[in-house]
Design a protein around this ligand. Structure first.
Ligand SMILES: NC(=O)c1ccc[n+]([C@@H]2O[C@H](COP(=O)([O-])OP(=O)(O)OC[C@H]3O[C@@H](n4cnc5c(N)ncnc54)[C@H](O)[C@@H]3O)[C@@H](O)[C@H]2O)c1
Length: 421
């Protein structure tokens, strides 16, 4: 099918919006960014300059663009979680196709309103559940569909968030407080719940969950520690695995690493610039003295319509790595680390490994195991051709797996088993 060139607007040029702008820069024959909306000058101009966007197409807020008659094909909504609903409603009303960052919205009611709107308008709509689009997941699905392990009976899935990543995003950073953004399952593990329902390929019927904020609380602060790492006595600071001086300066800037996560703290990613950010900003706070409330460990148990079961474990207390999954089937089993797929056949005893060859070069194309590039590729193709078959994370399947997250969180809070309906 012939592809027309797609004109895109990016709303929110933070980490995600800038990353997607980088993808489009690499495929100038397929798409171009014609306008941006971003309140912060540095980030607005970074994307504006990357795509030679004229000054009058560099807007401060999404509202300014939504007030104009439609002038592009699609909008990428990359604002924070609590700023998804208003722009999606406005751009859907104008008839733009929309790529929306996950989660759809922080409440189930808002998710339902958004899904109803995009369906009413009939626009092309995809949510960035990037894990569905990785080469690894596609290969795994193909093997499962070929029946290499028979029917799936149960899945054990680990999301190893990792100690420094938890500190950066979920204790000091954007997603630390469920009242400001959303709860941990929706913020981080909506990917995992969605991926499990995609791999299982059956409807989830019940969920149950436990989880807690085990470590990063005021009463766990070591005696004598300061409330900011730059003020902490050296004998205490040097023994803290969560010290911001360790995470950003010693482990990264001192080794010449200036990208994510340190570039979230400041646009001046020099030792002096980072120290200033740690002295003044949220990322220099003692890990035990932040305004965080999201969990640092959680377990979700699920059962599916055919009696199959799954368990998802999320933990901060590990090295960050690819998700690790065991899939137990009627004819064999699979052990994977999001890259290598080890298969055992019960009848023959044969063991073999499929290498899905995931390499991350730090670019958007390889981010999330290639999923970031994968979803952009699918969305641009759908908008260009009108063929939606490449979109694996549309309104219905995303709402379904978000519902599993909302109910699992309710279960964590009430102790009740929740029916998914
Ligand atoms: N798919 C994934 O794997 C993945 C990974 C990380 C984050 N996310 C999601 O992506 C979204 C963005 O995350 P991020 O890390 O890029 O956040 P970010 O804070 O870096 O970017 C959000 C940007 O929106 C801008 N903004 C605020 N108000 C605006 C307005 N009125 N108009 C236009 N822009 C406005 C902010 O200035 C900021 O630059 C969040 O919903 C997050 O949960 C998804």
């Amino acid at each position: 099918m012939e592809e027309k060139k797609v004109d895109v607007i990016i709303v929110g040029c933070g980490g995600r919006g800038t990353g997607y702008a980088g993808f489009i820069e690499k495929c100038p024959d397929r798409a171009r960014v014609v306008a941006v909306a971003e309140p912060r000058d540095f980030y607005r101009d970074q994307v504006g300059d990357m795509h030679n966007i004229p000054q009058n197409m560099r807007f401060h807020t999404w509202e300014e663009i939504a007030a104009l008659p439609k002038f592009a094909d699609a909008v990428l909504v990359c604002t924070m979680d609590d700023l998804h609903e208003a722009p999606v409603m406005a751009f859907a009303d104008k008839g733009y196709d929309i790529l929306l960052e996950k989660p759809i919205a922080p409440t189930l009611e808002a998710c339902r309103r958004i899904v109803a709107k995009v369906k009413e308008k009939g626009i092309i709509f995809a949510v960035c559940h990037v894990m569905r689009y990785t080469k690894y997941t596609r290969q795994l699905k193909k093997l499962l569909e070929e029946g290499v392990i028979g029917d799936i009976v149960s899945i054990q899935h680990l999301e190893p968030v990792g100690h420094w990543h938890q500190c950066h995003s979920f204790v000091r950073g954007n997603w630390r407080n469920s009242k400001e953004t959303c709860f941990m399952l929706l913020a981080k593990c909506c990917h995992d719940m969605d991926w499990l329902s995609h791999v299982m390929d059956k409807k989830c019927s019940k969920v149950h969950s436990f989880g807690s904020l085990f470590e990063f609380r005021a009463e766990k602060q070591p005696a004598g520690a300061a409330d900011r790492c730059t003020d902490c006595p050296p004998d205490i600071e040097s023994m803290c695995p969560y010290s911001a001086l360790k995470i950003y300066l010693r482990d990264r800037v001192a080794k010449g690493q200036q990208g994510w996560p340190t570039n979230v703290l400041t646009t001046d990613v020099t030792p002096a610039g980072v120290v200033k950010a740690l002295r003044e900003g949220p990322y220099g706070r003692c890990i035990y003295k932040c305004d965080n409330d999201v969990v640092d460990n959680q377990v979700v148990n699920m059962t599916f319509e055919n009696g199959a079961t799954a368990q998802m474990v999320m933990t901060a207390f590990c090295n960050e790595s690819g998700r690790q999954t065991r899939i137990f089937g009627t004819k064999g089993s699979i052990l994977t680390d999001s890259s290598l797929i080890h298969i055992t056949n019960f009848l023959t005893g044969e063991k073999r490994t499929v290498d899905t060859n995931i390499a991350n070069d730090g670019s958007i194309l390889s981010g999330h195991g290639g999923g970031d590039g994968g979803i952009m590729d699918a969305f641009i193709r759908a908008v260009a051709t009108g063929d939606r078959s490449g979109i694996l994370s549309g309104a219905d399947e995303t709402l379904e797996s978000h519902l599993m997250c909302f109910l699992a969180e309710e279960s964590r809070l009430t102790g009740e088993v929740k029916e998914v309906k």
